[in-house]
Design a binder for this molecule. Structure first.
Ligand code: TNX
Length: 490
């Protein structure tokens, strides 16, 4: 039954071999070489398969079970695959499934593909059709940016988001940790940021923040699932939480009032105040020290009350602090107006303005991350009747989020400058996990396919059928989602 297969994002090669399917039973076992870096992956595979089947799946080490029995899911590192860390192969048939990749990260991609292949056959038997899948991502950066500043999301909710991201092979969770309304990450050198500015949120809703331990827990939870965390400390605008905690950042020397509205562009740092440089150095070096990944995001968006040269000075100071701590810089589109080191990642978002500086930055060696507001901003309403969300970049129905091409969206951008695609969800109107997933699902699956699948493997009608079959999975997890009228939900 070919139509039972509904993998998102669409793999590069997927063939049904015509063999008998693999049947999941109580004897199904995950087998792996007993290497430390593979054991966690095997446990993840057993956990995910166990959840689908409703019973525990055992992990065994290859050395201890020679002549592998039947009912085996074998995980293995191999070299004979398409290039890239995340390439993988899945081969399934009666009695045996092979998951192969060059790296543990590739095995994680194979595992979630396998999870998506499990179908309930008549009689309630769970089986995996006999297939050969060979797959690798189009873009190396496939992200979701979550605004935890306007409304705070506790660690347990962010873990649900990480699980969903991993399920659709997204690999970067970008956390917008600071804004006018709240500061969400404890910073060792600047304890007043969370002591004085974490309890507020938009509309007077409760706030919160992540301790260093919370943050490490999130980073580790993501790492096992192939999702790295990129922290954003937004400067030199969107800083009222900072200027509320440290009055020395203001010309008056006095703290600003806390803020719970949703205007943007009014708060700012000052390049000529003596406290500003040390603040940037302290905060960015502490945040970099909490970050095992390569990148730290400096924000840089919507600074509406500053001359261009002061803005450039502050962006350079923040960037220098990030680089001094051994990390690479990411910033929103506006930083393209300042001189940038080659390799800086510039994140495109504002579809209303002239993209010329952004194109020029790419030509000068910047890497481009595509988050067009009109396609990838998942806080935009689906249509005029959507209760939650904003509308400044238009309405984004499922097909709008799906049907766009990152390499030709902006004329003049060299295709090889595009490092990837990132969805964003801003939380001015989204106060909890159900509100968030109502906006993410189903559109996150669409963006994931834009970011992972080759353009010639993407097809709206086919995606429409595959996404319809995701609903039981979201329901099983108890997630709220939007039943787009563009899809015939099963
Ligand atoms: C623009 S996107 C912003 C955010 C808002 C968002 C709402 C960007 C870099 N800045 O501050 O939350 O629009 O959609």
């Amino acid at each position: 039954m070919p139509d039972a297969i509904a993998v998102i994002p669409q793999p590069s090669v997927l063939e049904q071999t015509g063999d008998a399917p693999f049947v999941l039973t109580e004897a199904t076992t995950v087998v792996v070489d007993g290497r430390p870096d593979l054991i966690g992956i095997a446990v993840l595979a057993a956990d995910l398969l166990g959840r689908v089947g409703g019973r525990a799946v055992e992990v065994r080490y290859a050395e201890s079970s020679p002549g592998a029995a039947t009912g085996v899911v074998r995980l293995r590192l191999v070299e004979s695959l398409p290039p890239g860390d995340e390439a993988y192969r899945v081969t399934s048939r009666a009695g045996r499934i092979d998951l192969e990749a060059r790296t543990p990260a590739g095995l994680v991609r194979a595992i979630v593909t396998l999870r998506q292949l499990v179908v309930a056959a008549p009689g309630g038997v769970l089986q995996v059709p006999a297939v050969r899948i060979e797959d690798a991502p189009r873009y190396q950066w496939r992200g979701l940016s979550v605004d935890v500043a306007r409304h705070f999301l506790p660690v347990r909710d962010l873990k649900v988001v990480i699980g969903l991201m991993s399920h659709y092979k997204l690999n970067v969770l970008h956390l917008h940790l600071t804004d006018d309304q709240g500061w969400r990450l404890h910073v060792r050198s600047r304890p007043l940021l969370t002591r004085l500015s974490s309890s507020t949120s938009v509309d007077g809703d409760p706030g919160g923040f992540y301790t260093a331990e919370d943050y490490a827990d999130l980073v580790a939870y993501g790492a096992v699932r192939g999702v790295r965390v990129v922290p954003e400390i937004d400067v030199p605008g969107h800083v009222n939480a900072a200027t509320h905690a440290y009055g020395e950042l203001n010309p008056s020397g006095e703290p600003t009032d806390s803020y719970t509205g949703i205007e943007v562009g009014f708060s700012r740092l000052h390049a000529d105040l003596p406290a500003t440089g040390p603040f940037l150095t302290d905060v960015f070096s502490d945040v970099a020290a909490m970050t095992p990944g390569e990148y730290v995001h400096i924000g840089g968006d919507e600074v509406l009350t500053m001359e261009a040269d002061e803005y450039a000075t502050l962006v350079a100071a923040a960037s220098a602090a990030v680089r001094a701590a051994g990390k690479k810089v990411v910033g929103w589109q506006e930083i393209a107006h300042t001189p940038l080191e080659p390799g800086t990642v510039v994140q495109y978002w504002d579809t209303r303005v002239d993209p010329a500086p952004f194109v020029a930055a790419a030509q000068a060696g910047a890497l481009l991350l595509m988050s067009p507001g009109s396609k990838a901003y998942l806080d935009m309403k689906y249509d005029a009747s959507t209760e939650l969300g904003l509308e400044w970049a238009g309405h984004i129905e499922l097909r709008d989020a799906y049907d766009w091409e990152p390499s030709t969206l902006i004329e003049g951008v060299p295709a090889e400058s595009v490092i990837g695609v990132e969805a964003a969800v801003w939380t001015e109107t989204l106060r909890d996990l159900p509100a968030l997933t109502q906006m993410l699902l189903p559109r996150l699956a669409a963006i994931a396919e834009v970011a992972w699948s080759a353009p010639e493997r993407r097809d709206w009608d086919d995606f429409r059928d595959r996404v319809a079959r995701q609903a039981p999975f979201w329901d099983r997890l108890g997630l709220s989602w939007y039943a787009s009228p563009q899809v015939d939900w099963a």
